[in-house]
Design a protein around this ligand. Structure first.
Ligand SMILES: C[S@@+](CC[C@H](N)C(=O)[O-])C[C@H]1O[C@@H](n2cnc3c(N)ncnc32)[C@H](O)[C@@H]1O
Length: 330
């Protein structure tokens, strides 16, 4: 089992790590990005991941290379994690969003619609699971998850069918749900992607509050990066790419209006980031052919200026309409 990192050379070019730097890898996963940084610079890498299995790999890695410092937690709190590791500021923050192949390939984690396992999908292995979401949310909430996060065109129809079925039998396993979705959406009709792909993605993003975590991480990176420090983010979903793009546009003074995804600028605030490359970097055809997971990847990066952080909260407006967290429901 392994994870092939996406856009790794482009990430190194954007991050440009130098000897003596402190770099925070917010998504350690299989350690591909961390290893790439340590291969080009004699620096310190803080290895953050919310998945205990990923942190086990980070500890093993740290045993071989003391320049790697494991720092478990969520990247939404990356500034607090850096401080707890003894760093008030850092020179670089890198985020490679989504799930790792380790997570997908392990049937027991319940991320895959191709492998029988519990309907789980929790990166952190605690809190409400995908089964809690499917069996307990309202029809309207499920429809929003499939529509906004899964980008499933038949979201409402699917939510209605799920709610009807769970009245007699709740969903507990991945294949039961995947097969049910395939039936509810009318089968595969020779399509390459499984009909459950979008719904599973939406559920995974919801269970792990992935868009909320991303917004928090951008705000935390703004607080913790030193002037001249670099933020590099690789996304795999158009919603996430839009969040990063809008945040960097607003923070670099290029936002034509107030973005739904970023708090308003404080009056007279100077740009806190400089964006040198406006267009997202995409993988080459060769990379996409060799690694299908790379196809939807988009890399954006920016330089932290010396202006104060604009600050802001993850406001309610940043939550997707109609979604509420499952805390207290499970
Ligand atoms: C695509 S993988 C990263 C792969 C890594 N760059 C590599 O080269 O091996 C994403 C990782 O981010 C972790 N992750 C996702 N959301 C997180 C969050 N909010 N906080 C910390 N880790 C998170 C996942 O557990 C997963 O291990």
């Amino acid at each position: 089992m392994t994870h092939v990192p996406v856009l790794v050379e482009r990430m190194i070019e954007a991050l440009a790590p130098v000897d003596g730097a402190v770099v925070l890898d917010g998504t350690y996963g299989g350690g591909g990005y961390s290893r790439a940084v340590l291969a080009v610079a004699n620096c310190t890498v803080l290895a953050v991941d919310r998945d205990p299995d990923a942190m086990e790999r980070a500890w093993a890695h740290a045993g071989r290379d003391p320049r790697l410092a494991p720092a478990p937690g969520r990247f939404g709190e990356l500034d607090a994690i850096a401080r707890a590791s003894g760093h008030e500021t850092v020179d670089g923050v890198m985020l490679d969003l989504g799930v790792s192949s380790f997570q997908i390939d392990e049937a027991g984690r319940g991320f895959s619609f191709m492998r029988e396992g519990p309907l789980d999908m929790r990166m952190e292995k605690r809190g409400p699971s995908a089964a809690d979401a499917v069996n307990r949310l309202t029809e309207a909430e499920l429809a929003d998850i499939f529509h906004f996060l899964g980008e499933e065109p038949k979201a409402r129809r699917l939510a209605r069918s799920l709610v009807h079925r769970r009245k007699t039998q709740s969903f507990t396993t991945t294949l039961d749900l995947a097969n049910f979705i395939e039936g509810a959406l009318g089968g595969r009709h020779g399509k390459r992607t499984h009909p459950a792909t979008r719904a599973f993605q939406g559920l995974r993003m919801f269970v792990n509050d992935e868009t909320g975590e991303l917004v928090k991480a951008l705000l935390a990176a703004e607080r913790v990066l030193k002037a001249g420090g670099r933020l590099v983010v690789v996304t795999f979903h158009s919603i996430e790419d839009r969040i990063v793009k809008n945040f960097l546009r607003a923070r670099s003074g290029h936002s034509p209006g107030v973005s739904r995804h970023t708090p308003d600028a404080p009056a007279g605030a100077a740009p806190s980031f400089e964006v040198l490359q406006r267009k997202a970097i995409e993988p080459s055809e060769e990379e996409s052919d060799a690694n299908p997971r790379a196809r939807s990847a988009r890399l954006r990066w920016a330089l932290r200026t010396d202006a104060p952080a604009w600050g802001g909260q993850v406001e309610d407006a940043l939550r997707l309409p109609g979604l509420r967290q499952l805390e207290g429901v499970a």
